[in-house]
Design a protein around this ligand. Structure first.
Ligand SMILES: NC(=O)c1ccc[n+]([C@@H]2O[C@H](COP(=O)([O-])OP(=O)(O)OC[C@H]3O[C@@H](n4cnc5c(N)ncnc54)[C@H](OP(=O)(O)O)[C@@H]3O)[C@@H](O)[C@H]2O)c1
Length: 329
């Protein structure tokens, strides 16, 4: 299968190449795509060098599928052109996520809604993916009515420039700034731009994407998204109120039996999920599972995942794997 990776020189694109290799996705030819400044550079895939091309050239090379992680404006401009040429696009940017004509997919939750007619498929936001993977099985059982989430997000969620900013600050180098403030030894309660309602775009992504993926717009979500000087993954404090009563034992049992979720919850031995341990793992880790004692049917949890993997590259490759299993690509 000919696979184009649009944004192949970026953090998510590089991770996609790694995940495609690890999962043995049947790539016969790789078409790495990046901006004009990178055209001609080489990327290595399965030990072979491939020359970076621009998006126009990539279309002429007729890939079967294109994994996009090159920002919203690139996706808005190029995904329709790839789709018009018959190439299925799996897009990591926010460009198509809330488009009612496009599916927003976490394969374990709503992969089966895909059809061969879906030519542009949206990959959700990293902080949303890890949260819904844990919430969905609980929703099936107890019906969620409200979620309060606060995130502690890795700098890798912002791309190469942000990792460089953190590392430069650690070394005392005055480099390019990805954030409006110092990130090292700091916490920035702003991810993406502010909207008229006082929330950031990242916060509203978590609100809207959760209901779209879980297919239930009665679920109320309120979010505070925060950037912290961490590399390995995103962490989330999640408070969930259910309609129905639950037993703690049942909650653990459900989560322990959810594909892609690992429960790490042993307070007596100080075991709980941390980004350092989630780094380079495909699973979503949940711990600190406890009843909220201030109101009925409510639970607190701590959810951690590598945002570049299940939050981006792994989820996109899983979508491609599903399409391939159906023989649609
Ligand atoms: N990081 C995450 O955790 C995460 C999670 C989910 C989704 N995403 C989304 O994935 C996308 C990429 O994120 P990232 O963290 O990988 O960013 P990044 O490290 O800054 O990489 C951006 C990539 O896009 C390429 N690019 C930029 N303009 C282009 C153009 N006009 N045509 C073709 N390629 C172009 C860049 O190529 P050059 O090297 O040539 O500039 C680079 O390969 C963003 O939309 C982001 O929102 C990121």
């Amino acid at each position: 299968m000919k696979v184009a990776v649009v944004g192949a020189t970026g953090l998510v694109g590089t991770k996609m190449l790694q995940v495609l290799t690890e999962r043995n996705f049947p790539v016969t030819e790789l078409i790495p795509v990046a901006s004009e400044k990178s055209v001609g550079k080489e990327v290595t895939f399965k030990g072979k060098p491939y020359k970076v091309v621009n998006a126009d050239t990539a279309i002429s090379m007729k890939p079967d599928v294109a994994l996009f992680s090159a920002g919203g404006s690139t996706s808005l401009e190029w995904a329709p052109k790839f789709a018009a040429a018959g190439i299925t696009v799996i897009d990591n940017s926010s460009a198509w996520r809330m488009d009612p004509t496009k599916k927003l997919v976490v394969p374990e939750i709503n992969g089966k809604t895909l059809t061969p007619e879906d030519k542009i498929i949206a990959n959700p936001n990293c902080s949303t993916i890890q949260m819904v993977l844990v919430l969905n099985p609980l929703h099936q059982q107890y019906k969620i009515n409200r979620v309060v989430v606060s995130t502690y997000q890795s700098v890798t969620g912002t791309g190469v420039k942000a990792v460089d900013q953190l590392m430069n600050e650690r070394k005392g180098i005055n480099g390019e700034m990805a954030y409006p403030h110092q990130i090292d030894l700091n916490v920035i309660p702003q991810i993406d731009v502010f909207l008229d309602n006082g929330y950031t775009k990242e916060e509203m992504k978590m609100v809207k994407e959760t209901t779209k993926i879980m297919g239930d717009d009665t679920i109320r979500v309120t979010a505070t998204t925060v950037r912290i000087p961490v590399i390995g993954g995103h962490s989330e404090s999640v408070n969930v109120a259910f309609d129905k009563e639950f037993e703690m034992k049942e909650i653990r049992n459900i989560l322990e039996n959810t594909a892609g979720v690992i429960v790490v919850d042993d307070p007596a031995n100080q075991k709980y999920p941390m980004p350092k341990d989630a780094h380079e793992k495909d699973e979503v880790f949940v711990g600190r599972i406890r009843r909220d004692e201030t109101q009925p049917n409510t639970l607190n949890m701590w959810i951690v995942a590598d945002n570049l993997r299940k939050g981006a590259a792994t989820n996109a490759v899983q979508i491609a794997e599903y399409l391939h299993q159906q023989k649609w690509i």
